[in-house]
Design a protein around this ligand. Structure first.
Ligand SMILES: Nc1nc2c(ncn2[C@@H]2O[C@H](COP(=O)(O)OP(=O)(O)OP(=O)(O)O)[C@@H](O)[C@H]2O)c(=O)[nH]1
Ligand SMILES: [Mg+2]
Length: 692
């Protein structure tokens, strides 16, 4: 495989706020390239949005992969969903991508998703073009938009074109480097004259671009300050370097409605998005944990990263991979480090939305699909059998919104669990667990609408109807006081009987543990019955008597007792301990403990006031507030789990959808006394008020 082919490979991720026009832009690009009819969102016939869920919503729900050829280049477009519920599709691929187009709806300007995606691209060092779409819409003030972009995204965003046409009449643009105009006429772009009034503005932008380009190199900077204008080629070369280093991100304008700027975007992708052979090698580890590097070169040892797993009714599990190094052929044996298995590659495909075209080989830089691998999912590495490479899996957000599920038809219980497991393979953010303590089947995701989407799929694909419930909180009980109580278990009516008498002191153990000890003096209870007493105690603490929750932090001390040389046995002492516990428990000042979660909230500083006020109403203890880049703040707070159940929805409202948070278990803390009666009423596990 020639390295020349690798040089002509480009993988481009299309990002941007929901509805900005990513799918429409990709549709326009492939229709232009392949000279095929252009589908539209409204007619539900785009190449990218092919699933029923996407057609119903008129919005992408999953990353689509479209590989096509243009002027000797192999281009793979990755059309990402703008909806935040599917952000894991984006995060999973970010380290595998060295080119992106950030699409902005010119009428709506910078939106929450624009900033989030821009920051992700910046964090992962992805060379980016910015495409201002929907320029055909009314009331677009380009200069105001440029100011907004500069303030919200940063000074690295620079205009590459200037729009043509009066308000409501956008029909083309002037290239800021060559100062030539292209205008949409009779269904195609033609060269047009640049009027004087526009020329002044474009010349000004040309200077801005030249200065920014000059700042990226000492040589160009010197020339610029000497007053020598940079040549077009110097600007182009400088821009190319600056796009790759992330110092500049050129802004294009267009309208997919009229296919304006489609060809310009294509040319920019080929000319300004880096040739993969020029990139830094990928860093991975071998099985001993030693760092290995792999170049984007077909002659290196094979390594690939799985960034998406899908299920197909007929093809089974489909894994979409980025070949990072080497060459992979059908029939090759590969190594899968996650399962330490050697597997043979049976079938490989090039993807074009839903369409899968069989291929026989894939080389470094390419994105392809493999079927029929066992136990391979998003985040796994595939590699050469002898030269092992393991890439670190992308760090996905943690689930923060949970619901308990129950199928309407109890016979669907097993089917529901296995369907959820399949959906989890496609969407690795999901958490599917059976909570043995609360006897609930729980599903965790990023928001209420994320889980609603999953339940819709469960219904559409697997035909299971489910009811949802709030997750039960796993409360604990503990004691705050000390009591001594007797326990007598005596049954001596004929035959061999039972005789066990104990006196036990119950007190706080000083930790989360339940502890058993003995202070028996003079053999009042023989040593061989101590384990039976301990057993009785340990069985008892599985259910507290306040509300039936497991007890923690209790110490039981066997202080005295009596035995009978014939009728005493282990069973009798076990029962005696249980009776002593029952006698003592409510006198030990029992109380409830609740799980407390640590929330780490990332929010723009304009929203932190609202967020803090709300946290105060959730019995939160704020631990820290720290400034982060781009006017963001990180708030760490300890919040009782019971107060976090709907937090994902609340936070969205409080921050206009912009804030995110992580949630992890922190500790058990005492429930304030004024809440205890309410919890006992609604959640008590005593009297068989068991899990629904
Ligand atoms: N007027 C106008 N409408 C457009 C243009 N481009 C896209 N649209 C419309 O904008 C809407 C959203 O377009 P999509 O292509 O689905 O946007 P997206 O960014 O893929 O959206 P998500 O996948 O939901 O994130 C559709 O109704 C499109 O027809 C444009 O240039 N002008
Ligand atoms: Mg879309």
């Amino acid at each position: 495989m020639s390295i020349e082919k690798v040089k002509k490979t480009r993988n481009i991720l299309f990002l941007g706020h929901q509805g900005s026009g990513k799918t429409s832009l990709v549709e326009s690009l492939v229709s232009f390239i392949n000279k095929t009819p252009k589908g539209s969102i409204e007619r539900k016939n785009t190449v990218s949005d092919y699933t029923n869920e996407e057609k119903n919503r008129l919005s992408s729900c999953s990353l689509s992969v479209l590989t096509t050829e243009y002027k000797g280049h192999q281009l793979t477009f990755l059309d990402a969903p703008g909806n935040d519920n599917f952000v894991s599709d984006i995060i999973s691929v970010l380290d595998m991508i060295k080119g992106a187009v950030l699409v902005i709806d010119a009428q709506r300007g910078i939106e929450v998703g624009t900033v989030k995606h821009y920051n992700l691209l910046k964090e992962h060092g992805v060379p980016t073009l910015i495409y201002l779409n929907k320029m055909d819409k009314e009331d677009i003030n380009f200069n105001a938009l440029l100011d907004e972009i500069s303030t919200e995204l940063g000074p690295e965003a620079v205009p590459f074109v200037y729009p043509l046409g009066k308000v409501e009449g956008f029909d083309g643009f002037i290239n800021v480097i060559n100062l030539k105009a292209l205008k949409f006429e009779k269904n195609k772009m033609v060269e047009a004259e640049v009027h004087d009034d526009k020329m002044d503005k474009v010349t000004e932008l040309n200077n801005v671009l030249a200065e920014k380009v000059a700042l990226t190199s000492d040589e160009l900077l010197e020339k610029f300050f000497e007053g020598t204008p940079l040549t077009k080629d110097e600007i182009r070369k400088g821009l190319h370097t600056a796009i790759i280093s992330g110092e500049l991100k050129p802004i294009l304008v267009g309208s997919i409605k009229n296919d304006i700027a489609v060809e310009t975007v294509l040319e920019m992708l080929i000319n300004y998005i880096p040739d993969p052979t020029t990139l830094k090698p990928y860093k991975g580890k071998d099985e001993a944990g030693k760092e290995v590097t792999r170049k984007t070169d077909p002659n290196e040892p094979f390594s690939a990263y799985v960034f998406k797993t899908m299920f197909d009714q007929y093809k089974g599990v489909i894994n979409v991979i980025k070949v990072c190094s080497g060459t992979l052929r059908v029939g090759d044996d590969i190594y899968v480090p996650s399962s330490q298995s050697k597997q043979r590659v049976g079938q490989m495909f090039s993807l074009f939305g839903e369409r899968m075209d069989s291929i026989t080989e894939a080389f470094a830089g390419q994105i392809v699909a493999i079927t029929k691998l066992d136990d391979v999912y998003t985040g796994d590495t595939l590699c050469d059998v002898k030269q092992v490479t393991i890439y670190a899996p992308a760090k996905l957000p943690t689930p923060v919104y949970y619901k308990a599920l129950k199928p309407k038809n109890p016979r669907d219980e097993e089917k529901l669990f296995s369907s959820l497991t399949k959906l989890k393979a496609e969407d690795p953010v999901l958490d599917v667990t059976r909570n043995v303590e609360t006897k609930q089947l729980l599903i965790g995701g990023l928001s209420d609408s994320h889980l609603a989407f999953i339940l819709e799929k469960i219904n559409n694909i697997f035909s299971i109807d489910v009811d949802t419930f709030a997750p039960k909180i796993a409360y604990r009980e503990t004691i705050k006081g000390t009591t001594t109580a007797p326990g007598r278990y005596i049954k001596q009516s004929g035959g061999s009987g039972f005789y066990g008498v104990v006196e036990m002191r119950f007190e706080p153990s000083g930790s989360d543990e339940n502890v058993f000890a003995e202070e028996v003096f003079g053999g009042a209870v023989p040593k061989n019955y101590f384990p039976a007493v301990e057993k009785g105690f340990r069985e008892s603490v599985q259910q507290g008597q306040l509300a039936g929750f497991p007890v923690v932090g209790m110490k039981a001390v066997l202080t005295d007792g009596k035995y009978h040389s014939v009728d005493s046995n282990e069973q009798a002492f076990r029962m005696a301990a249980i009776l002593a516990y029952r006698e003592a428990y409510m006198k030990c000042k029992p109380t409830l403990l609740e799980p407390v979660m640590k929330l780490t909230i990332y929010a723009h500083n304009e929203f932190t006031g609202n967020i803090m006020n709300d946290l105060n109403q959730r019995r939160a203890r704020v631990q820290s507030i720290d400034e982060r880049a781009n006017h963001m703040q990180e708030i760490v707070a300890l919040v009782p789990e019971a107060e976090t159940l709907e937090y994902a929805s609340t936070l969205r409202v409080l921050s206009q959808g912009s804030a995110t948070f992580d949630r992890e278990f922190d500790s058990y803390q005492e429930v304030p006394s004024y809440l205890i009666d309410g919890i006992i009423k609604t959640d008590s596990r005593l009297d068989n008020k068991d899990a629904k």
